[in-house]
Ligand binder design. Structure first.
Ligand code: DAH
Length: 338
């Protein structure tokens, strides 16, 4: 019995020494130290050892377990070192690292964030609304009659359900006034959709920024001052800004805003950048009817609204000739706005 333990020990250690992979090492660990391992089974024999030899037997057993465990651990770390070395073979750690391509903000994101920043400093809060709209919020409540050309199936994407992809962000005006009482001062950036022929200046989806300010004493000079300030912040203090009378169903009076652009090597010219006007009383009445109260009584409430195309502003700011560049994700183009 006393020879059995040292024999198991030396056999195990010899076997461990010859092992070349971790899996075999695990098998040997189980075969010797596991529940049915050779050493474990031999240890169970202690009950048959005479009382006076039990202590010596125990010592042999412990010494064997310690020696075998140490051999297993040593072998395991040697195998792992060897694997690490093999993995690194052929790699030149002195080579310079490959440069990481770091992304930049898309020009549309840049101009949108800038526009939002300017308007927030003037007290406008962000508002939001769905892109899949109903005719009431996109047209009817905005005083746009059923026979208006914008409502034509040729110009607007309709769903079979009668819903539609909003043709402008102006629908957010209605949704905001339905849920909040005056005063309101909001801006709503977002996508708008039209069935336009796609060319250098038109896509079927584009980005708008809507604004609405309603209180008890909002006047035309407030509208002019706010938007003049906005375009001076965006395009520089020397930029000419003019308001041209126009028509929108939802504002009266209405204007289009042009900015005077100075492009190097070209004669300065006026470019249309936004629509705006004083909120038409009919819009307030539509909101009142929907809310079922008189919170927006046109005798006490006035407001202005505006809407502009962010794609257009980006094209003007950077002299981008083709709107399609904004959606093609060509990094050679996008890199220029880093
Ligand atoms: N909704 C108009 C458009 O898509 C833009 C616009 C014009 C918005 C005048 C307004 C506004 O709020 O007052 O062309």
């Amino acid at each position: 019995m006393n020879e059995q333990i040292p024999a198991i020990q030396s056999a195990a250690i010899a076997q461990i020494a010859s092992i070349a992979d971790e899996r075999t090492l695990d098998e040997v660990r189980v075969a010797v130290l596991g529940k049915k391992g050779t050493l474990t089974l031999a240890a169970a024999g202690i009950k048959d050892v005479p009382q006076e030899e039990k202590a010596a037997f125990g010592q042999l057993l412990n010494a064997a377990r310690t020696a075998i465990t140490a051999a297993l651990e040593e072998k395991q770390s040697a195998l792992r070192d060897a694997a690490d070395h093999a993995a690194l073979a052929g790699i030149d750690v002195t080579l310079p690292a490959r440069p990481l391509a770091i992304g930049t903000l898309h020009p549309l994101t840049q101009i949108r964030d800038e526009a939002i920043g300017i308007l927030r400093r003037m007290g406008f809060a962000l508002a939001d609304g769905p892109e899949i709209e109903d005719e009431f919020h996109c047209f009817d409540a905005l005083n746009t009659p059923a026979d208006h050309p914008a409502r034509n199936e040729k110009d607007t994407f309709y769903f079979d359900s009668g819903k539609l992809l909003r043709t402008h962000t102006s629908s957010v005006q209605i949704r905001t006034m339905e849920s909040q009482s005056p005063p309101v001062r909001i801006i709503a950036p977002g996508s708008a959709y039209r069935r336009d022929e796609i060319d250098a200046t038109h896509l079927s989806v584009f980005n708008q920024l809507e604004g609405l300010y309603v209180a008890t004493d909002v006047s035309l000079p407030d509208l002019k001052g706010t938007l003049e300030y906005f375009f001076h912040e965006l395009f520089g203090p020397d930029t000419g800004v003019r308001f041209r009378p126009h028509f929108f169903p939802f504002t009266e009076p209405s204007f289009e805003i042009d900015v005077k652009l100075h492009i190097k090597g070209q004669a300065p010219r006026w470019i249309e950048v936004a629509g705006c006007g004083m909120v038409d009383p009919a819009v307030f009445e539509a909101v009142n009817a929907s809310r079922n109260d008189r919170a927006y009584d046109p005798d006490k409430t006035t407001g202005f609204a505006f809407g502009m195309g962010l794609d257009r502003l980006a094209m003007i700011r950077w002299g981008i000739k083709d709107i399609r560049l904004l959606i093609e994700n060509d990094t050679r183009f996008l890199k220029q706005f880093a």
